[in-house]
Design a protein around this ligand. Structure first.
Ligand code: ZN
Length: 275
């Protein structure tokens, strides 16, 4: 029951945080080139899970599909995937990508108006891909995340660090390497809830990452949960990337994974707000 307590605690902190962000005068210092009236799309509150998930037995294990680095080519496919499968998905967005061109702004609007999608902060610049240098200065990291928050007006305080797999959720923490730890602490002290991941799934082999079919991923997920290799028990956070959904073979593997997880009966998909 300890996890129930943590969930309650997380919700309370989130509620306080949201209040502190949304109450009072409008945030000043908006750095992103928002258009007049654009923020009104944020008022399209996500539908409650109860509406989308009619009453049924709750599966014991939860899978959180999280997509990083959008909006970009591939984000349209993320939207299609969740709508086709009535699937809850979290995306972590880069402000710089949103303002790249008209198409990326349109993709951002598709995300924030889709009740199946929860958005989160993945920094404004993504460290310009110079992670080591970026994370040496925690204050720069904080202002980069604040810049993204104030530009995109997220409805939560969820954050994912670029290039770093760290968790900071209340008193629960995890680092993958040392560089970035202080920056993660600074973000957490400023109200951010930082989500890392339990496993990364890519469309092609990368450093330390293998290529997997949908069936292989189900086996891996089952093993990680049964051997308690995940950050929290009975749930697994999977990291994917928007651009990779352009790969049709990878998309098929992912859809196969989703079908098999649902057919199994032991898994359900949910938003990180219910983590
Ligand atoms: Zn990223």
């Amino acid at each position: 029951m300890i996890w129930n307590y943590q969930r309650i605690s997380l919700s309370c902190v989130s509620a306080l945080f949201l209040f502190s962000f949304n109450a009072g005068p409008k945030i000043t210092g908006i750095t992103g080139p928002l258009l007049a009236g654009e923020t009104s799309l944020h008022s399209l509150a996500p539908a409650s899970h109860a509406i989308l998930n009619p009453k049924k037995a709750i599966a014991p294990y939860t899978i959180y599909l999280t997509f990083d680095d959008g909006p970009c080519a591939g984000s349209e496919k993320v939207n299609e995937l969740c709508q086709k499968d009535n699937l809850f998905i979290n995306v972590f967005l880069i402000g710089k990508n949103v303002y790249r061109n008209e198409n990326s702004r349109m993709l951002f609007h598709q995300y924030i108006s889709n009740p199946l999608i929860e958005t989160g902060n993945h920094s404004f610049t993504h460290a310009e891909r110079h992670y080591r240098q970026y994370f040496r200065d925690p204050e720069t990291v904080l202002s980069d995340f604040n810049r993204n928050r104030d530009s995109l007006l997220f409805s939560n305080n969820f954050a994912r660090l670029p290039g770093r797999n760290f968790f900071r959720l209340d008193s629960l923490t995890r680092n993958d390497i040392t560089n970035g730890s202080e920056a993660a602490d600074t973000l957490a002290a400023n109200g951010y809830h930082i989500f890392g991941w339990d496993i990364e799934w890519r469309s092609r082999p990368a450093k330390g990452i293998s290529l997997h079919t949908g069936s292989e991923m189900i086996e891996i997920v089952q093993k990680m949960i049964s051997k308690k290799k995940t950050f929290l028990p009975d749930r697994i956070v999977i990291l994917l990337h928007d651009p990779e959904l352009q790969d049709s073979a990878f998309r098929s593997a992912l859809e196969d994974f989703i079908d098999k997880a649902r057919a199994d009966g032991n898994f359900r998909f949910d938003h990180l707000s219910n983590y």
